[in-house]
Design a protein around this ligand. Structure first.
Ligand code: FAD
Length: 563
């Protein structure tokens, strides 16, 4: 008799493999089949993008999946995200404004060679009992083929069409998006950005690009090398990511309206583009074409999804669902959340629980999380030429990320219905306020842009010099318990509101000449409307500790550190 699986996963990439491990670790009796179209081991060095991890996904890999030992032994430790802004010329790195952690970070993250990583995950999930078939291309799904509601997956393998039977079908085929196409729930994301990337042999250490000894020794050796490095100017960022295989990943991500895809979509064009926009990088990151390990392009990578989890026992995970933008490396974060919601549903279903309400709540939360994260990226590539705006924005984006989603994830809040209800049920609930506050701040950045066009240089900004930011980042791994977590989120929201109000005070002072101690209601602040105190009756007064932190990011302040 044909084997009936609890779960059939189409696509054995990052999302599919990690889902299988998460399920097996929670319940070894869950039977899983992975169908993967690749026909041999993943190539080392040049396999896929998704190489840089940030805090939420790092927690997922290390603590939830238990991969800490593997990551420490076989992948590189990462020294945070590092940004270099334009100084106008971009021909001497040490002159550019640099943002990044200076000292070794207490909260870990990693640079992954996706080939090494996926080969390990495949081996590991097989050792846990998962059936994994290579060269198996999932072609179609027939839902509920019998009275038990089992699904049938048709796949091509060894020149034949074969069938697998399972209770759950999960689409993890990334952009092939088997279920989205079959069922028609694809959705456009209003964010038009393109990417090209390539891998080069050998190590690239940006410390070697400058002869400026003071700059070189400002950080301990290799810390810049271990960062995910971003070079930025209007409409783009260029990444450098070191890989454990001692190769280097390079990518250009650019807004279609400012740097059309046609200007970067072949290696020859990308070279010309780098020569024009990042002249100093050219000789370091662009080898002769024959020495490239690969060259890949992706037009308009952002996409949304109308569905994620169904109580009819199908679901999507990873890029087969929704994807926004790789700035800040959040791809694996969304996979971590996606797999955590999905494995919770599958495991409860296996125990015989009715999952219909949960499936609906998880799907709504997942999709609304995607929507509330969109303003971080949408239209924001035009800000990338302004060091002042971007420094304030990056710190804001990190603050909201560490203080709420990371904390909820490490505290298991995303799968607790009581917590989700408290956070999202009414218009006034904290989760909804969080979305509104973020939108107000992101709009402020756009309104600020026409007024902020000064070019700065020779400054070093360390996020961990800001007390509230340091506290948020270090607090990620603190377990508060489900009964207390909403109160902690409320406390963090109070800090975020004060940060938003303080940023508005500084910007409004610069643009509209308002006083530096105005009362600000961060939910209604608007640079385009003349400030009237009576509009801000419920506003916040200056918080001296936040004021002093935000001042550290303000370039017009004489006391800023010069590197
Ligand atoms: C430019 C760019 C840069 C990025 N950088 C980062 C980053 O630094 N950090 C980060 O966390 N994320 C990053 N991401 C996101 C990250 O790449 C994705 O989140 C991640 O790779 C998606 O994993 P996945 O499992 O959905 O897809 P994949 O890992 O691509 O897995 C899909 C698998 O399905 C298989 N497959 C396809 N069709 C079929 C089929 N019909 N049957 C069977 N198997 C099939 C494929 O062979 C593949 O192995 C980036 C994304 C982009 C676009």
């Amino acid at each position: 008799m044909q084997k009936q699986y609890d779960v059939i996963i189409a696509g054995g990439g990052l999302a599919g493999l990690t889902l299988s491990i998460q399920l097996k670790q929670a319940n070894p009796d869950v039977s899983i089949l992975i169908l993967e179209s690749r026909d041999k081991a993943a190539p080392i060095g040049a396999h896929k993008v998704g190489e840089s991890t940030v805090e939420l996904a790092t927690h997922y890999y290390r603590e939830v999946l238990g991969l800490k030992d593997y990551l420490e032994e076989f992948e590189l430790p990462k020294h945070g995200l590092r940004f270099f802004f334009t100084d106008g010329k971009k021909d001497e790195l040490s002159n550019r404004v640099e943002l990044g952690p200076r000292l070794k970070l207490p909260v870990p993250s990693h640079q992954l060679d996706r080939g090494t990583f996926e080969n390990y995950l495949e081996k590991y999930t097989k050792s846990l009992g998962t059936d994994f078939i290579l060269a198996a291309r999932a072609k179609d799904v027939n839902f509920k083929i019998n009275d038990d509601g089992l699904h049938e997956v048709i796949y091509a393998h060894e020149r034949e069409d074969k069938k697998a039977i399972g209770k759950w079908v999960v689409d993890a085929t990334s952009r092939i998006s088997l279920l989205k196409r079959k069922m028609g729930f694809a959705k456009e994301a209003p964010h038009n950005v393109n990417a090209v990337w390539f891998r080069v042999k050998g190590v690239i250490d940006i410390d070697e690009w400058s002869a400026n000894e003071k700059w070189k020794t400002f950080l301990a050796p290799k810390l810049r090398y271990l960062s995910t490095v971003h070079f930025m100017d209007k409409g783009y960022w260029l990444w450098i990511i070191p890989l454990g295989s001692k190769n280097t990943s390079i990518g250009i991500v650019a807004d279609e309206d400012i740097h059309p895809f046609e200007t970067i979509n072949t290696y020859e064009k990308a070279l010309k583009w780098v020569e024009k926009h990042e002249p100093q990088a050219l000789k370091h990151v662009c080898p002769p074409k024959e020495d490239l390990m690969d060259f890949r392009i992706l037009k308009h990578f952002a996409h949304d999804s109308g569905r994620i989890y169904s109580s009819d026992k199908w679901a999507v995970t990873g890029e087969a669902g929704a994807f926004l933008d790789p700035f800040y490396s959040p791809g694996s974060d969304f996979i971590s959340l996606n797999n955590t919601w999905l494995s919770d549903l599958i495991l409860r279903d296996k125990k015989g629980e009715d999952i219909s309400v949960r499936a609906q709540i998880y799907e709504q939360t997942h999709l609304s999380w995607f929507t509330s994260w969109l303003p971080i990226y949408q239209d924001k590539y035009k800000l990338m030429g302004s060091a002042q705006i971007m420094v304030v924005k990056i710190f804001w984006d990190w603050a909201i990320y560490w203080s709420v989603p990371c904390l909820l994830f490490t505290n298991h809040g995303f799968t607790d219905l009581k917590v989700l209800k408290e956070l999202f049920v009414s218009e006034k609930s904290l989760g909804r306020k969080f979305g509104k506050l973020n939108k107000a701040v992101q709009d402020l950045f756009l309104d600020w842009l026409p007024h902020e066009n000064k070019t700065f240089n020779n400054r070093y900004i360390d996020p961990l010099d800001l007390d509230y930011l340091k506290k948020f980042q270090r607090g990620i791994d603190t377990i508060h318990g489900l009964t207390n977590i909403v109160a902690v989120v409320a406390e963090n929201m109070g800090v975020l509101e004060n940060v938003a109000a303080e940023v508005f005070r500084l910007v409004s002072n610069q643009v509209n000449g308002t006083a530096l101690d105005i009362k600000v209601d961060p939910y209604i602040m608007d640079l385009k409307i003349p400030y009237q105190e009576e509009d801000h009756v419920n506003g916040l007064l200056v918080d001296p500790a936040i004021q002093s932190d935000v001042a550290k990011t303000w370039f017009y302040n004489e006391e800023m550190i010069e590197a």
